[in-house]
Design a protein. Structure first.
Length: 310
């Protein structure tokens, strides 16, 4: 089995369709379909079942995929070690992050990284947290920027930075009359007890900001008045902007470029604020290349609280 064949099979499984896999592999759908038919004929069994919802691995397919992930991970480890021998003159880092975080983080990080390491390529994989953790376990990605704690405790991590979580509220909201200003910290804050009965726009259950919001309401024994739930953080921001209610917003999403466009004010939750930790998660028992660690170091430095990108 050649490395290219493994990549084809893995991509078909990941995308769930021949058309999407062919697009990702930069080949025609017909040639990829012919490859799969020929390969299945050569081994005497089918690797995928064609269903109305996409391509699903057979029992044989699952076994091939399991072995393929291991072989590709070994190949990637070797390639990373060889790149390190070249003293960062070349290399590739496959980075995982959630789509919304990527839209705010990548424009700050990538230009700075490429300016210092022009020969290193950053390949991004954007997916939800559970998928990214699965990719780490399979060795598909080198590192992921995730909110702590992780779902899978087997994944090794390093602290990235800590970010504050704010309440985002329309600038004309009466809630702002409850806000206080702390001269010592420069923080404009509101006591959660004073706003917990206000209407809220929350993210869907399972998302990290929902879990954090739930913990705040539980802390005060309050059942939230949820006027709207959404899976998209951008939607929650837009609805808060229209005055529909308050929403929880991570500090790393408040960017100077975007901040002026939103008709929102951001209030700390309590005098000390509410914070959450972000970590770099890595595949277990895998070589961490110099390119990966150089990227990790730069992200930690540039995204540290108080850093100004303007």
């Amino acid at each position: 089995m050649e490395f290219r064949e493994l990549t084809n099979i893995l991509t078909i499984a990941e995308e769930g369709s021949l058309s999407k896999a062919a697009e990702k592999l930069f080949v025609s759908q017909s040639s990829l379909s012919q490859f799969l038919k020929s390969y299945e004929a050569s081994i005497g069994c089918s690797l995928f079942v064609r269903t109305s919802t996409g391509m699903r691995p057979t029992e044989a397919g699952e076994r091939v995929l399991e072995a393929a992930h291991q072989i590709v991970a070994i190949g990637n480890n070797l390639q990373n070690e060889l790149w390190d021998i070249a003293h960062l003159s070349t290399g590739k880092v496959t980075l995982g992050l959630t789509p919304f975080r990527g839209s705010f983080v990548l424009p700050d990080i990538l230009p700075a990284f490429y300016a210092k390491y022009p020969q290193i390529t950053i390949h991004t994989v954007e997916a939800n947290t559970q998928t990214l953790e699965d990719h780490l376990l399979r060795g598909i990605i080198d590192v992921a920027l995730l909110t702590y704690p992780l779902i899978n405790k087997k994944l090794p991590t390093e602290d990235a930075y800590e970010e504050e979580v704010y309440l985002a509220v329309n600038r004309d909201s009466h809630v702002l009359k409850l806000a206080k200003y702390d001269m010592e910290t420069g923080r404009t804050y509101v006591e959660f007890e004073e706003v917990m009965h206000e209407p809220f726009i929350l993210l869907s259950k399972g998302q990290r900001l929902y879990t954090l919001a739930e913990s705040q309401f539980d802390k005060y024994g309050c059942k939230p008045h949820v006027i709207q739930k959404t899976q998209n953080p951008e939607t929650s921001i837009r609805l808060a902007e229209q005055g529909l209610g308050l929403t929880f917003m991570a500090g790393s999403y408040i960017h100077p470029i975007y901040n002026g466009n939103y008709k929102l004010s951001y209030l700390s939750i309590g005098k000390e604020g509410v914070h959450r930790k972000l970590v770099f998660a890595f595949p277990p028992n895998t070589y961490r290349s110099k390119a990966t660690m150089a990227f990790v170091e730069m992200v930690s430095r540039l995204l540290a609280p108080g850093n100004n990108f303007s």
